[in-house]
Ligand binder design. Structure first.
Ligand SMILES: [Zn+2]
Ligand SMILES: [Zn+2]
Ligand SMILES: [Zn+2]
Length: 310
């Protein structure tokens, strides 16, 4: 389902969405997978087997105690650890080299050098920024580099980087090689879908049907009549890894139709099927198409559908 969203262009890049309470999420994938907690593992598996490509998008800090993503950064005094730290910028009088915080240069609305009393008017010529300077409001000490820590806005814990759980967040794209293979099947499915919808069928790609056993089965396409209580048509597509499709997809389709009992079951083997596969398809009453061309399937379906579903 996720793959078809990539192939149809509905998803181009899968980027996480930030929610202040739980951190990054992938809402589209959550809808498909169901359990939000399973989403990261699901995406990782798809990346591990090479279906998706991932790249680092962000890193997030979670509270080590309560797991909340609602954290802020505190910049602390290195001497007394207080975060009540005043930040100011340093200004340098270029001509005489005197450096101090900006407020020491301020005289009304003018900037006057406290050392040589000259007025500074031209930025980057008379004066320039010379870094930052911090003053601690608790212990009154000054320093240039504060020490950062994190504050959990949920459980109020203050924790250091050392204790933080620091997690990678990824952006995903479809591996273009997988895209080429899958898009051939996808084009096939879509053309058949358009034809069947034109004939008044309600079509799902992929479609899920519940069997007698209570198990739900996934087919590449399911179609049923909107107007009458027609019987269902199911289609699976199997593309050959080598030069021909084995009997495996025939067996898989048979197991599903045995439980679901559709009016008509088709297997499209791209480009052709093994002898054994053909024999088994006949045995199981599966209508077999051996082709790369969706139009060939459609012209046969015109006959098949009329017979099987009416
Ligand atoms: Zn201090
Ligand atoms: Zn000066
Ligand atoms: Zn917390």
């Amino acid at each position: 389902m996720l793959l078809s969203k990539f192939l149809s262009g509905e998803i181009n890049k899968l980027e996480p969405v930030y929610a202040t309470d739980v951190g990054y999420r992938y809402p589209i994938v959550e809808k498909i997978v169901g359990d939000p907690k399973a989403v990261n593992d699901f995406l990782k598996q798809l990346a591990d087997v090479g279906i998706l490509k991932r790249e680092l998008y962000d890193r997030t800090i979670y509270c080590p105690d309560c797991g909340s993503a609602k954290t802020s950064i505190h910049y602390n005094c290195p001497y007394c650890k207080s975060f009540d730290v005043e930040k100011s910028s340093l200004t340098e009088h270029v001509q005489c080299g005197y450096i101090d915080t900006e407020q020491h240069f301020r005289l009304g609305d003018k900037l006057i050098c406290p050392r040589c009393n000259k007025e500074l008017t031209r930025p980057d010529v008379d004066f320039r920024k010379a870094g930052i300077w911090c003053v601690c409001n608790s212990c009154s000490k000054s320093f240039d580099i504060p020490v950062p820590s994190h504050f959990c806005r949920d459980c109020k814990l203050t924790f250091t980087f050392e204790d933080a759980s620091y997690t990678d967040v990824y952006r995903y794209t479809l591996n273009p090689e997988v895209g080429r293979d899958a898009s051939a099947g996808w084009i096939m499915v879509n053309q058949i879908r358009q034809f069947l919808e034109g004939k008044g069928y309600k079509v799902e790609t992929p479609g899920i049907l519940k069997g007698k056993s209570g198990t739900s089965h996934l087919f590449d396409l399911t179609a049923s009549r909107r107007d009458a209580v027609g019987e269902t048509l199911v289609i699976d597509i199997a593309a050959a890894a080598e030069d021909e499709v084995t009997e495996q997809p025939v067996i898989a389709l048979f197991a599903k139709i045995y439980d679901v009992s559709p009016g008509c079951a088709c297997l499209i083997a791209v480009p052709k099927i093994s002898e054994n596969g053909e024999r088994m398809a006949k045995l199981y009453n599966i209508i077999l198409f051996e082709t790369r061309d969706p139009n060939e399937v459609i012209s046969s379906l015109k006959i098949v559908c009329t017979k099987a579903v009416g």
